[in-house]
Design a protein around this ligand. Sequence first.
Ligand code: HEC
Length: 125
Amino acid sequence: MKSLFILALFFVVVFSSCKKKKSTTTCTPPDTVSFSGHIQPIFNAYCTSCHGGASPSANLNLDASVAYQNLMNPQKGYIDTINPSASLLYCSMNATTNPMPKSGKLDQCTVDLVLKWIQQKAKHN
Ligand code: HEC
């Protein structure tokens, strides 16, 4: 009887220790956000399917060769380094209704990375 108890205890210990650790989403943004290293890859993965090629959605082409130049168009307000969170680029990705990309808002980590890049003066780095 006692050994059964110990056996049971053994299983409890083993199984509880094997329990999958609760995934804590770690969000550690780089100290310096790089346009070519961090931002353009987001566009390539989630945006250029629509915002690319010959007739990009909203007339905004985010292909690597032209993305930076297009985002810096002062007439459009995509980037606002004085008031970063008012930047259309960030707002479009952070929107709760009809966010960009249209398939659904990206994880907050990614969205915040874009904001951080703008806060760091949206350099062509
Ligand atoms: C499935 C196609 C699609 C994808 C993917 C997509 N967009 Fe868009 N985007 C559009 C369309 C269409 C519009 C025009 C407005 C609307 O329909 O909401 C637009 C509008 C925008 C605007 C506003 C432009 C303006 O002048 O008002 C921004 C900024 C933008 N998208 C950024 C992005 C970014 C950044 C991504 C990737 C993270 C992205 N979009 C992914 C289709 C897309």
